[in-house]
Write a protein that binds this ligand. Sequence first.
Ligand code: AMP
Ligand code: ZN
Length: 141
Amino acid sequence: MPILDKMETCIFCKIINGDVPCDKVYEDDKTLAFLDLNPVARGHTLVIPKKHFETMDEMDEETAAAVIETTQKIARAVLKFNDGYNVNQNNKPEAGQVVPHVHYHIVPRNSGDGLHYCWNKIDLSEKEIDEVKVKIQTFLK
Ligand code: AMP
Ligand code: ZN
């Protein structure tokens, strides 16, 4: 689908354009931060670039830097009234991405909040570790 069509159907682009309301907490020329509609914690915030990119790897450097800067700003604010926070960032449906516009979740954390990742550790042999390491290094070139 061409990028302009994607932007027309994208819920986060609609929020940026003001066509869909949001609980905005911060905005600058490149980024927007607003409360998640289905929070898993009080203050669960999403940070998005104003330019439409689907996944984190697609962003240009300037946009990526701006998004990280805003994520840090939100994180520092959240830390003033919480014990910690998680930054979660899903890319592609197989990784749990529902909205195909890059977004960083900032989830405030507190002791005993009952939130946890359900990521199970896997065991890899030395051979498998070497293989996957070489694969990543090869694709980095
Ligand atoms: P993900 O699974 O990483 O794609 O997360 C998408 C997030 O966007 C979910 O946590 C949704 O609750 C949130 N979301 C979807 N639509 C809206 C909206 N209109 N305003 C605020 N948050 C939204
Ligand atoms: Zn979009």
